[in-house]
Design a protein around this ligand. Structure first.
Ligand SMILES: NC(=O)c1ccc[n+]([C@@H]2O[C@H](COP(=O)([O-])OP(=O)(O)OC[C@H]3O[C@@H](n4cnc5c(N)ncnc54)[C@H](OP(=O)(O)O)[C@@H]3O)[C@@H](O)[C@H]2O)c1
Length: 391
């Protein structure tokens, strides 16, 4: 550069420098187009300054990576939403609105996650692990649990323990309590995630459909027994087990003035065709924990009920009423977009940290729930259409 060019550039910079850059510490920042290039660097710059960032772009894997970089660089918190621009912008607006309150830290907190071997529960465990919490995991598959415990330690968990067993069994419930009590004098977060689905229309579950035309035959004894088993099983997994675990662990949760989180479902707010058993169980579990919230408030315990919409997991393979025919295809996933389990987990962990009473996510389900309160028949019609498309 010539002397004159250098002097001009220096003068320009000196002129700019007369005003110092205001601090961005604690500021909330949305960066759209943050997975690469200038957007990524902008996000990192805010992160270095201690801001809380929300990143949007199409590529989820890159966004997750930049989120990690932002946290490592010093961001107070980092969130991401993947999607094409108009979807991401709507979700980002919703999140930014929520994000005005920073997420309290979970470092050093003690967390029990039930249903942690896969899906949302695994992601919840990892989210707490990344925050530096100590986790105790439970589910049936020991090998999967061991693997998730290893992932938690690698992600930053202070420690990761696990107990394998069916949570509908008292011995498993007692083993979880015993393991938590052996390691800790309190439980800060009890996250009840284990769940099962149902996928059959009532007339199919009871074996009443015959050919086309809508004529029904009477249910026979075998079908009635099958239906009864499915109903009892879904209630055992989705209602009885979380109710029992919450009671058994309540003294430990109360000792830490902690939070009980139960993962219900949007089906616990609005029923859907082919989901009668599932919707009934999720309405029941939500009502149970709504009542419990009032009862334990005086103990300093908060209760958060999460109502996620469709999340991209293998939940449909857990159907208690899966059609018996070996040739039957696996039950279809919900039509329309499905949230990533990591994103769902992040929102659940945040809602719990803020001791929110409820979380309905993603936002279109919150809108639908509001609409359902004033125009339930309209929401029924939308649900019928959505589930007809899947058939
Ligand atoms: N995916 C969605 O679209 C969605 C939407 C709204 C709400 N939810 C709710 O979110 C929760 C988690 O579902 P997900 O989608 O993450 O399903 P998922 O991928 O099938 O995970 C379910 C977890 O629960 C465990 N589990 C199931 N039955 C159990 C039992 N009897 N004893 C112990 N552990 C058991 C499973 O582990 P093992 O198989 O190893 O036991 C697994 O870790 C459920 O309550 C579900 O209803 C899901």
């Amino acid at each position: 550069m010539s002397f004159i060019e250098t002097a001009a550039a220096a003068g320009y910079q000196a002129f700019q420098g007369l005003r110092a850059t205001p601090s961005v510490r604690g500021r909330t920042v949305v960066v759209v187009g943050a997975s690469a290039g200038i957007g990524r660097s902008v996000a990192l710059e805010y992160a270095r300054g201690g801001a809380e960032v929300l990143l949007c772009a199409r590529r989820a894997a890159e966004l997750e990576q930049v989120t990690g970089e932002c946290l490592a660089a010093g961001a107070a918190a980092a969130h991401w939403v993947a999607g094409v621009l108009h979807e991401a912008a709507a979700a980002a607006g919703y999140q930014a609105f929520q994000g005005l309150r920073a997420t309290p830290s979970v470092r050093g907190r003690t967390v029990v996650v039930v249903g942690a071997s896969a899906g949302i529960g695994r992601s919840v465990a990892l989210e707490y692990a990344r925050g530096g919490a100590e986790v105790l995991l439970c589910a049936r598959r020991a090998a999967e649990l061991e693997r998730v415990a290893g992932e938690c330690v690698a992600a930053g968990a202070a420690a990761a323990h696990w107990v394998a067993g069916d949570v509908t069994r008292l011995e498993t419930q007692l083993a979880v309590r015993e393991r938590a009590g052996r390691s800790w004098d309190r439980v800060d977060y009890l996250v009840l995630c284990a769940g099962a689905l149902s996928v059959q229309a009532v007339v199919d579950l009871w074996g009443m459909r015959q050919g086309g035309g809508g004529a029904l035959r009477a249910a026979d004894g075998a079908a009635a027994e099958r239906a009864d088993r499915a109903l009892r099983r879904i209630m055992d997994v989705n209602v009885h087990a979380p109710a029992a675990l919450a009671a058994l662990l309540l003294p430990l949760v109360a000792a830490g003035r902690g939070v009980i989180v139960v993962v219900a479902s949007a089906a616990g707010l609005m029923a859907a065709p082919t989901r009668a058993l599932y919707s009934a169980s999720k309405h029941a579990v939500a009502a149970y924990f709504d009542a419990l919230r009032m009862e334990v408030r005086g103990l300093g315990v908060a209760v958060t009920v999460a109502y996620p919409g469709s999340v991209d997991t293998a939940l449909r393979h857990s159907a208690v009423d899966a059609p018996a025919a070996a040739a039957a295809p696996p039950p279809a996933a919900s039509a329309g977009p499905r949230m990533a389990p990591a994103e769902c987990a992040r929102r659940i962990v945040r809602a719990a940290a803020l001791r929110r009473r409820a979380l309905v996510t993603p936002w279109p389900y919150a809108a639908a729930a509001l609409l359902h309160a004033v125009a339930p028949a309209l929401v029924d019609a939308l649900a019928e259409r959505k589930y007809r498309q899947r058939a």
